[in-house]
Design a protein around this ligand. Structure first.
Ligand SMILES: Nc1ncnc2c1ncn2[C@@H]1O[C@H](COP(=O)(O)OP(=O)(O)O)[C@@H](O)[C@H]1O
Ligand SMILES: [Mg+2]
Length: 305
């Protein structure tokens, strides 16, 4: 099947999914229920620990009683079900084809955490029209009463995914490591995001640090630079220490926080979950259709990782 065929079929399926004919009118508003947290976890560069953060933050939030849905936009080997050794019998492609509902694709990981294995199809998300995206977001919102938190693993540098979900997620957690390329790529992503929409709540999570002091220092430097040149303010989400046990947890296909609750990185994830639980969600309620419409501007703005 050619790409254009695929795109046409996909568009047709999305129209079915939304249950109405394609029009040029603006998409409707998205009603995110009061109290639902929707947090996008992202980075400028790949390999900085986004998926590790999502998996362990989900486990920590669930341990505190939250029902968490991970929305996995990782293509291929970054796939969360694969990483955790879980089968994902259904895929988003089948939802787009109208064969099953989005709810059918949800995989339960146990302990209050579930995954929506969006995977490969989300790579094509940026190719969907605003109207088509809205159909997908509406299908996601039908799941919102079953969960307290959506954690979106956006994939690295996926600006289109990020802004596509902007209609739902006003909270962005940017993962950065002390590596120079991670810092420059994070700066580039912040610059692009802040230029488009100033209503996000940005959090910076510093991962793979030698010690907490290294995290504090890096946060202060980045916050000073972005404040001065981009007029963007961040919350410091926290510091996660470099921990060989995290690598071991990946090898064992589990969450660090469950396999090694006393590991030094587990402490960082627990603290992060505690901090998130203590805050009010940003931007709960109706999101303007403009958030989705304006995301077309982002289509061709994927950052390389
Ligand atoms: N705090 C950490 N300490 C040690 N290794 C880590 C840490 N965070 C992530 N890693 C390792 O880095 C690699 C990339 O992490 P991953 O979460 O897949 O990144 P991303 O999703 O950003 O591509 C993985 O092998 C993971 O085990
Ligand atoms: Mg990943």
């Amino acid at each position: 099947m050619t790409m254009s065929c695929l795109a046409t079929d996909q568009a047709e399926s999305l129209r079915k999914l939304a249950g109405r004919a394609k029009t040029t009118e603006a998409p409707e508003q998205f009603q995110v229920r009061e109290g639902l947290r929707v947090i996008s976890v992202t980075s400028g560069k790949g390999g900085v620990g986004k998926t590790s953060v999502v998996v362990n933050l989900a486990a920590s939030l669930a341990a505190s009683g939250q029902r968490v849905l991970i929305v996995d936009c990782n293509p291929g080997i970054g796939d969360i079900c694969l990483r955790l050794g879980k089968d994902a019998p259904f895929r988003m492609g089948q939802v787009l084809a109208g064969d099953i509902t989005l709810r059918d694709t949800v995989v339960e990981l146990g302990g209050g955490v579930s995954v929506l294995p969006a995977g490969m199809e989300m790579q094509q998300y940026s190719a969907l029209s605003p109207w088509e995206r809205s159909a997908l977001l509406k299908a996601m919102l039908r799941l919102q009463n079953d969960f307290d938190c959506f954690l979106i693993d956006t994939g690295s540098g996926m600006a289109a995914n990020l802004t596509g979900f902007a209609a739902l997620a006003r909270e962005i957690m940017l993962v950065v490591t002390p590596e120079p390329t991670s810092i420059t790529d994070a700066y580039a992503l912040i610059k692009m995001l802040s230029g488009r929409d100033s209503s996000f709540r940005f959090r910076l999570l510093i991962n793979m640090c030698r010690d907490n002091q290294e995290g504090e220092t890096l946060f202060s430097k980045l916050a000073a630079i972005t404040g001065r040149f981009l007029q963007v303010e961040f919350d410091h989400a926290g510091t996660i220490l470099h921990d060989e046990l995290l690598v071991e947890s990946v090898r064992r296909r589990g969450a660090l926080c469950r396999l090694f609750p006393d590991a030094k990185a587990s402490a960082g994830f627990k603290k992060l979950a505690h901090k998130i639980n203590a805050e009010r969600p940003a931007g709960a309620g109706a999101m303007p259709a403009a958030s989705v419409a304006s995301s077309t501007m982002w289509r061709n703005h994927e950052l390389s990782s």
